[in-house]
Design a protein around this ligand. Structure first.
Ligand code: GRF
Length: 191
């Protein structure tokens, strides 16, 4: 699994999903502690070590190849991103074609990008929910959606934090379920 943030979705997958072999992060973050506490091996790969600077170019390819090496060393065959904040270089999508998953806190193809929850609120839609999809080099690619849950009402008085937390509660339920369905052959990643 790849994570960058608080790791609550990661934690739910560790608890309720198929066995997690490895957690890779792009920074020092609480997700590392979530994995360590659960006894899951971790590999922190700090993107800043690869030249990352806000609002500037950086060596995305070198960083991505470092992640690739960590996955290969652990014989990983399915990659699940959960709150991973770096856009990976296309080399990894070629190697793991169709086998990198992501969860997005909106109903794709609506509200792509890092501000999905803010944009959902601004649009004034009554309902939202997460999308679990096959990730590609195209940001928030909606071409291969595995599961979507239009189950989260947008309430009067919601702010980004309150709405996002209810979406994440649904992600914590849905993502482990989707991963089990893949492992059990009920979802075919090839189609
Ligand atoms: C989730 O809402 C996910 O869709 C988004 O980041 C959030 C991760 O939350 N990409 P957490 O770090 O697992 O709490």
């Amino acid at each position: 699994m790849l994570a960058s943030g608080t790791g609550t979705v990661l934690g739910s997958i560790i608890e309720h999903g198929p066995p997690v072999a490895l957690v890779v992060t792009d920074r020092t973050c609480p997700a590392l502690d979530v994995a360590s506490t659960a006894g899951v091996p971790t590999v922190p790969i700090n993107r800043r070590d690869f030249g990352y600077r806000p609002r500037s170019d950086w060596d995305r390819r070198g960083f991505t190849l470092a992640i690739d090496a960590a996955l290969e060393a652990a014989h990983i065959d399915l990659v699940a991103m959960a709150g991973f904040f770096t856009i990976l270089h296309e080399v990894i999508f070629e190697r793991y074609s169709g086998r990198i998953l992501n969860t997005h806190p909106a109903l794709l193809p609506a509200f792509k990008g890092a501000h999905a929850v803010r944009d959902t609120l601004a649009a004034g839609v009554p309902v939202t929910g997460p999308t679990i999809h096959v990730a590609t080099e195209i940001l928030d690619d909606e071409r291969h959606i595995l599961a979507q849950s239009a189950s989260v009402p947008v309430l009067a008085g919601d702010d980004v934090d309150s709405l996002w937390e209810r979406i994440k509660a649904e992600e914590r339920r849905l993502y482990p379920q989707v991963l089990w369905e893949i492992v059990n052959g009920e979802i075919d990643l090839e189609t």
